[in-house]
Design a protein around this ligand. Structure first.
Ligand SMILES: NC(=O)c1ccc[n+]([C@@H]2O[C@H](COP(=O)([O-])OP(=O)(O)OC[C@H]3O[C@@H](n4cnc5c(N)ncnc54)[C@H](O)[C@@H]3O)[C@@H](O)[C@H]2O)c1
Length: 354
C-alpha cells in the first residue's frame, strides 16, 4: 500500500459529512491519527446506538437545507471534504423514496455547489456506490467505464448523482474544485449497526439475545471488503487529488480475487464457526431470490485504484474479514461509550502497522 503521509495531513482542515455513520466514524479517527483537523457534519439522530460521533467538532444539519449548510461550510472553511452523508440503504429506499432522492441527490448537489464557491475548498470526494452500474444480470465485472443505471431508488439516486458529478467536473473549467466519486462495494467492519446489512443482522442475533435469524438471499454475491481498506483508499485518493488535478474522476473500491465471489451463505457459515451458540437457529430464506428487490450478483473491477493510486487491500481472506470484524463488534459491545474511541484507535494503529 502507498504509505499515508502524516506530513500532508498535519493540521489539514477536513470536513466529513456523515461522520456519525459507520464509515464516517472510521474515517474520522483515521484522519485524526494522521494529524488532520477534522470536523463532522451529520443529521441529528435519535438512535444513538446506530449514529454517534467520535469527534470533538460536530455540526448537526440536514444537507437538504442549503442555507444552513452554506453557513456551516463558510464557517469551517474546509480544504478537503469527504461526503459520506446519505440515506445509505437499498430496502428502506423503496419506502422512503422522497427522502432517498432528496438526500442523496439534492443534498449532494447543495454540497457541491457550496464547495465550488467556498474560498478554501480544493478537493471534494463524493461516495456513491457500486450499485450505480446498470446490472444486466450477465455477471460482468463493472469498470469505471461501465454503463450507469439503477433499478431501485437508492441505486438510481446515486447513479443520478454520478451524472451530476460529471457535469460539475465538465463545467468547472478553471478547476475551482477537484472532484472524485467513490464507488465502493459492500463494506464490512465492526461498528456498523445499519439495518438490513448482513453483519448487523448476524451481530444483533449473536450479541443481543435474538432467538432466531432468517437470512435473505443466501446465494447473492457482493464485493465484500474491509472498512479500513476502503477508508485508507479514500484518504490516499484525497491526498493525490489535492496535489494533482489529474486524479479528478471516478474510482471503484472493491476486493481482490479471493473475496470477489463470496456468497452471503459463506459469510454466514464463517460467522457460525466463530460463534459457538445458537448455530442451528440461523436459517436461509430461499423463496425470495426470484422476486428479490436487490441484485443477485455484483462484481466490481478494482484495477484502476490499484494501478493509479498504487494501493493494495490488506484484508484479502473472507475468514479474516469476518473474524476481525466480529472481534471489533464484541469489543465495542463490552466497552462503555466514553472509551469506544480507543477501540477504533487500537484497530487503526494495528492496521497502519501491518
Ligand atoms: N456501508 C457500505 O457498505 C456502503 C457501500 C457502498 C456505498 N456506501 C456509501 O458510503 C456512504 C457512507 O456509508 P455508511 O455505511 O457509513 O452509511 P451510514 O448509514 O452508516 O451513515 C450515514 C450518515 O449520513 C448521515 N445522514 C443521513 N441523512 C442525512 C442528511 N439528510 N443530512 C445530513 N446527514 C445525513 C447520517 O447521520 C450518518 O452520519 C454513503 O453515502 C453510502 O451510500 C456505503
Amino acid at each position: 500500500m502507498q504509505s499515508l503521509k502524516k506530513n500532508f495531513w498535519k493540521k489539514k482542515k477536513v470536513l466529513i459529512t456523515g461522520h456519525t455513520g459507520f464509515k464516517g466514524r472510521w474515517l474520522s479517527v483515521f484522519l485524526e491519527i494522521l494529524g488532520a483537523n477534522v470536523h463532522g457534519l451529520s443529521i441529528r439522530s435519535d438512535d444513538k446506538k446506530i449514529f454517534y460521533s467520535l469527534l470533538d467538532r460536530n455540526y448537526y444539519c440536514d444537507i437538504k437545507n442549503f442555507n444552513k449548510l452554506k453557513k456551516i461550510i463558510n464557517k469551517i472553511q474546509p480544504e478537503i471534504i469527504f461526503h459520506l452523508a446519505a440515506q445509505s440503504l437499498v430496502l428502506p429506499g423503496y419506502k422512503k423514496i422522497l427522502d432517498t432522492y432528496s438526500t442523496n441527490f439534492m443534498g449532494s448537489i447543495n454540497l457541491l455547489e457550496i464547495a465550488k464557491h467556498s474560498k478554501k475548498t480544493k478537493v471534494i470526494l463524493i461516495t456513491t456506490t457500486d450499485k450505480v452500474y446498470k446490472n444486466y444480470k450477465n455477471n460482468i465485472e463493472f469498470t469505471e467505464e461501465s454503463e450507469l443505471g439503477g433499478k431501485d431508488p437508492y441505486s438510481a439516486s446515486k447513479a443520478a448523482l454520478e451524472v451530476a458529478i460529471q457535469s460539475f467536473i465538465e463545467v468547472s473549467m478553471h478547476r475551482e474544485i477537484r472532484i472524485a466519486s467513490l464507488r465502493a462495494g459492500n463494506v464490512i467492519g465492526g461498528g456498523d449497526y445499519a439495518k438490513n446489512r448482513i453483519m448487523t443482522d448476524l451481530i444483533n442475533f449473536e450479541l443481543r439475545n435474538k432467538k432466531k435469524l432468517e437470512i435473505r438471499n443466501p446465494d447473492s454475491i457482493r464485493p465484500w471488503q474491509y472498512v479500513l481498506d476502503v477508508v485508507s483508499g479514500y484518504i490516499t485518493l484525497a491526498e493525490n487529488l489535492y496535489k494533482n488535478e489529474k486524479f479528478i474522476g471516478s474510482y471503484n473500491f472493491g476486493p481482490d480475487q479471493r473475496l470477489k465471489k463470496v456468497k452471503v451463505k459463506e459469510i454466514v457459515e464463517i460467522f457460525k464457526n466463530l460463534t459457538e451458540t445458537k448455530k442451528n437457529k440461523i436459517t436461509f430464506n430461499k423463496n425470495n431470490l426470484s422476486n428479490s428487490k436487490e441484485e443477485k450478483t455484483i462484481y466490481l473491477n478494482n484495477k484502476k485504484v490499484k494501478k493509479i493510486l498504487r494501493i493494495k487491500n490488506k484484508i484479502t481472506n473472507p475468514k479474516e474479514l469476518i473474524s476481525r470484524s466480529f472481534d471489533i463488534y464484541r469489543e465495542l459491545s463490552l466497552t462503555n461509550l466514553k472509551n469506544i474511541k480507543n477501540v477504533y484507535l487500537k484497530e487503526i494503529n494495528k492496521y497502519i502497522n501491518e
